[in-house]
Write a protein that binds this ligand. Sequence first.
Ligand code: PYC
Length: 427
Amino acid sequence: MRRRLSGGGQRPAARYSALSLLRHGLTGRDWPPAWTHHDLAPSYDVVIIGGGVHGLATAYYLAANHGIRNVAVLEKSYIGGGASGRNTAIIRSNYLTPEGVRFYNRSLTLYQRLAAELNFNVMFEQRGHLTLAHNDASLRTMRWRAEVNKLEGVDSEVIGPAEIKKRAPYLDVSEEPRFPILGALYHPPGGIVRHDAVVWGYARGADAHGVHIHQGTTLLGIDVADGRVRGVATSRGPIATPVVVNCTAGWSSTVAAMAGVELPITTFPLQAAVTEPVKFFLDPVIVSGTLHVYVSQTARGELVLGASVDPYPAYSTRGSLEFTEEVAAHVLELFPSLADLRVLRQWAGLCDMTPDFSPILGKTPVEGFHVDVGWGTYGFKAGPVSGEAMAQLVATGETPAIIKTFDLVRFEDGRLVGEKGAASVGH
Ligand code: PYC
């Protein structure tokens, strides 16, 4: 049975004692819901489309930072069921452009304090991040990134094979591989987070502040009249609202088209896989752009493996044998001793790629219709900063400085923010 949380803005966690946690954990009974079910209200001050990390963070910061609580988050499936639950949860801020570094670093700072802010363990482990260079061109880009990072106060440096070996002893740094490792961009603050926990933490926090989270609610249309948003049509009925924030991934251009806004986005699947768990041996996240692969080890011991986006635009979230074969071959070039490890699962998420590999954030030509989209393969790490900035935009009507450069009109003005060089892998 679903129960309404009492106490208005009271945080649900405050109602647990250590003893009740133990009782719930052992019996599995009577867990109070972390967020509540609501009927659809006829109107909201703000409607957010997409119940992933971006949508829920925006809702949370609207309520927590600006006192705007009459907010609905519409999610057509279950929260975190889209790109937020399908990424490899890598957090880092070692980007290439000063704007990108500043932006992602604010997110990393928010991630560092997120567990305390939400009173929810998001399991952020800052175990370091190594981007390997296998040729002179990559080494040059790593040096470039390291210098931009340092200028922005971000801890990043290029290290050689001996230092790499100390940080990841099982990596093959010998001369033997087809692509020997010449060096790496080492980024100590980088790491991994538990993506479900981030989504659930924001959802619980937003709910405790009075936000309505509507799962199983599909957006059918956006009502625009005289150049401004009036409301939305949903599978559960219409809602009147002056503000709609598009926080979707995969369907961002479809949603924008409902408001008559065209986005320069192409959608590609990005696959990932997880192996059986093994004893802990890998501290940092390892990325190789040349081999198109990234590897991290979870607290449970599984290896999480990822690669480039699929080579064709699609909306499929199915895995492919080509991916498994390629990712396995490339991981084994880096870690030959993993040859007997079994892949347990693979999946795909959808990535909305923009021409410059930077997101699109802010206002659109339709008044009241805002976008937080175009994340390509960088979305999850940007959830907190995007939520914070989009909430500020909605609350004040002013675009915050930290996202100004990522506006939609940059594609008309030719002000691209090229971040392809900071991709985990070549896309
Ligand atoms: O940008 O760190 C990243 C990343 C990892 C997987 C996909 N993108």
